[in-house]
Write a protein that binds this ligand. Sequence first.
Ligand code: NAP
Length: 263
Amino acid sequence: MSLENKVAIVTGAAGGIGLAIARRFVADGARVVIADVDEAKGEAAEAELRETGEATYIHCDVSEKLDVRNLVAGTLDAYGDIDILVNNAGIVVGADFLDLEEADFDRVLSINLKGAFLCSQAVARHLVERVKQGGPAGSIINMSSVNAVLAIANQVPYSVSKGGMNQLTKVGALSLAPYGIRVNAIGPGSIMTELLASVNSDPAAKAKILSRTPMGRIGEPHEIAGIAAFLASDDASYITGQTIYADGGRMPLNYTVPVPEED
Ligand code: NAP
């Protein structure tokens, strides 16, 4: 298996895309730490993953430096090493540009972007020490979005945080390349998680999404997990500083595509 004996931390892995990544990593032979703020969902995910492999839930708010320090220490305690970090935790706060509260701007940036930096720095310090002692390099994967490049008017801090995520990916890749540590990102389009669940009961919202999705369907979390598994594996050994977009064709599309009406 491509991730046999590797130790991976996946943030925001109690549900959605993060949980799909944790499932895929366990299936590929990795031992996985589920880092999330949601205690109940985190423990349920741990129980599910332990049926087929090794997994541990550690409570962590990625925007809190002390939590991140405890996450790294807890992972080393549980599995003795760290090979892979997936910075997946993220939130959305929708508000018009003119109405957005400063506190909401700060909250989104501190979880989506600062959290990814804190986790990356803490894990990279461990990886660099390991490389200096003759050990293997390791890999960091950031969850970006098509909204790193495109934008939605009422998603101000989210779009800004994801644009920052692409730059964090590039600057991290350059900083860690001398040690062989790779840093890449994934930019999903619309993926069916709780974040998007409301579109199932809102045909107009779904049609809006599909009109910007040439493949004519919303993506599934496991389709993002496959890219994370690839980027974490040795098959991606010469890829660093890149963002791979998985969006059903949205990024190359100008204008819209026709959407069949639902019955
Ligand atoms: P999700 O279903 O809401 O899952 C995100 C998880 O992160 C939740 O378990 C959430 O816990 C947790 N979380 C929130 N704040 C946290 C914090 N401070 N520290 C640690 N964990 C925290 O979202 P998703 O759709 O899977 O999205 C995962 C990532 O993919 C995000 O970075 C998102 O921006 C990105 N993405 C998603 C889509 C999409 O269409 N779904 C598209 C592009 C990019 P709570 O449930 O308690 O908040």
